[in-house]
Each structure stands twice: as structure tokens, then as C-alpha cells.
Design a protein around this ligand. Structure first.
Ligand code: NDP
Length: 255
């Protein structure tokens, strides 16, 4: 055994929820490049098929699992099926998420439920099912995808920021609960990344200027900017890191 850290994920299996596009797909590709097989979970089979093809192009096994993270029965069955048919999950990237941006006074209770169900209930359900298995094996890496809005506010992010703040807290709880079981639970928290979730929102030139003015790096993030942090938190190199929030934000929160 080397005294130096390794970032290799050879022989591992990762589950990436929402791994079919955007940041999730980039992380799935990054993990595959580092040596991991990857199961991607989402609702749309066509984007799932394309994601699997990208993983396989990197020489790793890719599997698409169709499930809605808000539905308990579908999550339980999906995790059970991956473990039975593909293998034990070593790495969980709890990434599936959504945003509805509106002023508070226009925010419907349905909007609130929709965002909280996906971003918080989904993370809880998938995390619970995977962590119970990791705990039985005494090892595992869990990466919950939060956001800078888990730490700071901005207009129109009522449910989203509440859900991401919840993810940061739930990460800290799971980290303390499972560190002694050999499981690392951490958060990865990006600022604005150019993906299907943000494309329309970033079309407004004034808004884009405002966002860039808050970003010391002077540019938006690209999905590939999140890859390295995901590989690090999934690798043995992060074995003593528990309950950390790793911001990938171009310096947004350094100000
Ligand atoms: P996208 O909208 O591009 O991708 C979202 C992914 O989540 C898709 O794969 C989608 O697949 C899946 N998904 C959504 N709802 C569900 C559901 N109910 N069940 C299963 N899968 C679901 O988003 P991003 O890539 O931009 O965001 C990914 C994560 O990163 C989110 O948690 C987001 O909050 C976070 N984030 C994004 C930032 C950004 O600027 N883009 C910044 C900070 C954090 P399908 O539709 O097939 O189900």
C-alpha cells in the first residue's frame, strides 16, 4: 500500500442520480474516466441511453436505471436492482434536482412541494437506501449536490435555497452518524453552471452581467468544472473528510 493518496476509482461502482445530463452527466463521465463503472438514474430513458453510451465510450460499464427520486417504491426497487444486477454501490452522487424561480408572493404551495420533493425528499430516500447497504459493508462515499444557495440567498430562490440548505444540514447529520461505519458523506456545492437547468435563466443579459459581477473568476462554470471535485470526494484521497461543503463557485463565497 502506497503512502501517497490515490484518485483511482478502479473496480468501483457509482450511482449518479440525475446522471443523464448537465452536472450529473459530467460527474458520471469524470468518475468513469477515473475507473468507476457508473449507474445513472433518471426518468427519461432516451437521455439515459445517451449517457450510458458516453460512459461506455470511456471504457467503463454504464447502466441506466429509470426511477423518479420522489417516489419511495421506485427508489427502493431501483437501488435493490442495481445491487442485485450490477453490484454493490461504492459511490453515491445524490445529484437529481430542480428549480422553480419566482417571487415569494407568486410562489405556489405546489411549486414548493415540487422542488422540496425532488431536492430534499429525493436525496433522503436515495441516501437512506444506499447508506443502509454501505453501512453493512463498512465503506462508502456519498456526495450530496447542494448549491451556493445552501449557504447564501438571492431573490426568487425560495424553495430551492431552502432545499439546498436542508441538504447541507442533512449531509452533516449523515456524516456524523456514519463516519464510524467507514462512510464519507460530503457536499459539493456549485455556483452557476451552464446546464439545461440554467440555460433559459441565463439568457437575460442583465442577469448574466449581475451573476458574472458576483463571480471573481469572471465566468460561468461549465459541467466539467465539477468533475475533479466529484472524483476527489469519491476517492480514497478524501478518506478523512466528513461533512464538508466543497464549493465549486469561481470564488463567489470568498467575498
Ligand atoms: P439538469 O436539469 O440539467 O439535470 C437534472 C437531472 O436530474 C436530470 O438528469 C434529470 O433527469 C434528473 N431529475 C430531475 N428530477 C428527477 C426526479 N424526480 N427523479 C429522477 N431524476 C430526476 O440540472 P443540473 O445538471 O443543472 O443540476 C444538477 C444538480 O446540480 C441539481 O441538484 C442542481 O440543483 C445542482 N446545481 C446546479 C447548478 C447549476 O447552475 N446548474 C448550480 C448548483 C447546483 P430526468 O429529467 O430524466 O429525470
Amino acid at each position: 500500500m502506497s503512502e501517497f493518496p490515490t484518485f483511482s476509482l478502479d473496480g468501483r461502482l457509482a450511482l449518479v442520480t440525475g446522471g443523464t445530463r448537465g452536472i450529473g452527466l459530467a460527474m458520471a463521465r469524470g468518475l468513469a474516466h477515473a475507473g468507476s463503472d457508473v449507474a445513472v438514474l433518471g426518468r427519461d430513458p432516451e437521455s439515459g441511453r445517451l449517457a450510458v453510451a458516453e460512459i461506455e465510450r470511456l471504457g467503463r460499464r454504464g447502466v441506466f436505471v429509470q426511477a423518479d427520486v420522489t417516489k419511495e417504491d421506485q427508489v427502493v426497487e431501483a437501488v435493490e436492482r442495481i445491487e442485485r444486477e450490477v453490484g454493490p454501490i461504492d459511490i453515491l452522487v445524490n445529484n437529481a434536482g430542480k428549480n422553480i424561480r419566482k417571487p415569494l408572493t407568486e410562489y405556489g404551495a405546489d411549486d414548493w412541494d415540487d422542488v422540496l420533493d425532488t431536492n430534499l425528499r429525493g436525496i433522503f430516500l436515495v441516501g437512506r437506501e444506499v447508506i443502509r447497504r454501505m453501512a453493512g459493508r463498512g465503506r462508502g462515499k456519498v456526495i450530496n449536490i447542494a448549491s451556493i444557495f445552501g449557504g447564501v440567498g438571492m431573490p426568487y430562490q425560495t424553495a430551492y435555497a431552502a432545499s439546498k440548505g436542508g441538504i447541507v444540514q442533512l449531509t452533516k447529520v449523515w456524516a456524523t452518524e456514519y463516519a464510524s461505519s467507514g462512510i464519507n458523506v460530503n457536499c459539493l456545492a456549485p455556483a452557476y453552471i451552464r446546464t439545461p437547468m440554467t440555460a433559459a435563466w441565463l439568457e437575460d443579459p442583465e442577469r448574466l452581467r449581475d451573476i458574472l459581477s458576483r463571480t471573481p473568476a469572471g465566468r460561468l462554470g461549465e459541467p466539467k468544472d465539477v468533475m475533479g471535485a466529484a472524483v476527489f470526494l469519491a476517492s480514497d484521497a478524501s478518506d478523512f473528510i466528513h461533512g464538508h461543503v466543497l464549493y465549486v463557485d469561481g470564488g463567489w463565497l470568498a467575498q
